[in-house]
Write a new protein. Structure first.
Length: 394
């Protein structure tokens, strides 16, 4: 974690602290709003500290061996030690010791989500979230205490500690280990007076080494974590930190781009499907018109080529001119007749035959008379549905 930044709430509303995890953590340590701290953390790994008052640390004997079995057993093993129901609590499990004891950090799930939410809104995705007591400097056989804003943050072991009101510290600390174990005590002169610290130290009845905190308290935790990493990360289970470095930061944009691409492909696929259907419908209608125009063609293979061949045959035939002239003369009448459809066209021996619908003999007779009047060509009706223009022949 040497290339990381530690952040923690400063105990003052809307104020956060940050410091590099390094031997000289106090150098460059800063305090400000969460947005200001987020800018300082940009592009770096982030370790966030949860206030010790929000977490309780426990040790429990669990016979299970696998990580999944331990995770299932721990809540029930701790049920009697916890106030209230275990539902809604988050259990973060540390490495099992040689004696079978499992260190566990317990925090209310809603409280953890409430802690993470403003970080996420500020653009901070922590790589680890640690209980504040386990980030204090500590050596075996000693007790570490940090007094800040009326609270005492205490570390009693490599995975042990707690946070309480500073006034309760002397009586509570008597329960942990050797009563004469020395205590290293850090205090913030801005939040607790020297007299109060002296009184607390005297009441503990133990050798006390007092140290004044630097202006930014985060430096103490950052320097300690640099030399002695914490073994319990609260980001477990549903809160597990997603790895991926730069890729992870751009993941939302990548997902959005992929979603847009899928939508585009979907619309393009639908357009292609609709175009194919339209093309097929046009081909079908074109073939119907082709068969009406050239009923002698029994099998349509290449409609364009066959139409060209049929028209060429008409042009080269003796009646080509008659066909075009007769059809043009009839067309003006046919187009002006609403509801009229041509089923087929035939031209043979100078006669243009048009099969039309509807097959009403009287109506078709009237159309034939109009064509004859307009063209001056003898026109008759055959089979009640076919208008025949006789060209130059009577």
């Amino acid at each position: 974690m040497s290339e990381a930044v530690l952040i923690r709430p400063a105990g003052i509303p809307d104020v956060w602290e940050c410091a590099r995890l390094a031997v000289d953590a106090a150098k460059g340590a800063a305090r400000g709003s969460l947005e200001e701290v987020a800018r300082l953390c940009r592009g770096q790994r982030v370790v966030a500290l949860v206030p010790g008052t929000a977490v309780t640390l426990h040790h429990v004997q669990v016979p299970a061996r696998s990580a999944s079995e331990i995770r299932m057993a721990v809540p029930f093993a701790l049920e009697e030690q916890l106030a209230g129901k275990i539902e809604g609590l988050h259990f973060a499990i540390g490495p099992k010791a040689a004696d079978g004891m499992v260190p566990v950090a317990v925090m209310n799930g809603d409280a953890l989500r409430a802690f993470l939410k403003p970080l996420q809104e500020a653009g901070i995705t922590p790589d680890a979230v640690l209980p504040e007591p386990l980030a204090l400097p500590w050596t075996d056989g000693t007790r570490s205490v940090l007094i800040d804003h009326g609270n005492a943050i205490v570390r009693t072991a490599i995975t042990g500690g707690f946070a309480i009101e500073a006034g309760l510290l002397p009586s509570v600390l008597q329960r942990f280990g050797d009563a004469q174990a020395p205590v290293r005590l850090w205090h913030d002169p801005e939040s607790v007076s020297a007299a109060e610290v002296a009184k607390i130290a005297a009441e503990m009845g133990k050798p006390v080494e007092q140290q004044v905190l630097p202006p930014v308290l985060a430096a103490v935790f950052a320097q300690a974590l640099h030399s002695q990493p914490c073994n319990i990360d609260l980001l477990q289970g549903e809160y597990r930190a997603r790895k991926g470095g730069a890729l992870q930061r751009f993941l939302p944009a990548i997902v959005l781009a992929l979603a847009a691409l899928l939508v585009h492909l979907g619309w393009s696929g639908w357009d292609l499907y609709a175009l194919k259907r339209t093309t097929a419908d046009l081909d079908r209608r074109s073939e119907e018109l082709f068969r009406k125009a050239f009923p002698e063609v029994k099998r349509v293979v290449n409609m364009d080529a066959q139409a060209d061949q049929a028209l060429a045959a008409l042009r080269s035939g003796s009646g080509a001119g008659d066909f075009l002239d007769l059809y043009a003369q009839a067309a003006s009448v046919l187009q002006s007749t609403p509801g009229l459809e041509i089923d087929s066209i035939m031209f043979r021996d100078g006669q243009l035959s048009l099969a039309v619908r509807p097959g009403d003999k009287a109506a078709i007779g009237q159309i034939a008379e109009r064509i004859a009047a307009a063209s001056g060509v003898p026109t008759t009706v055959q089979d009640d549905t076919r208008i025949v223009m006789h060209g130059g022949a009577p």
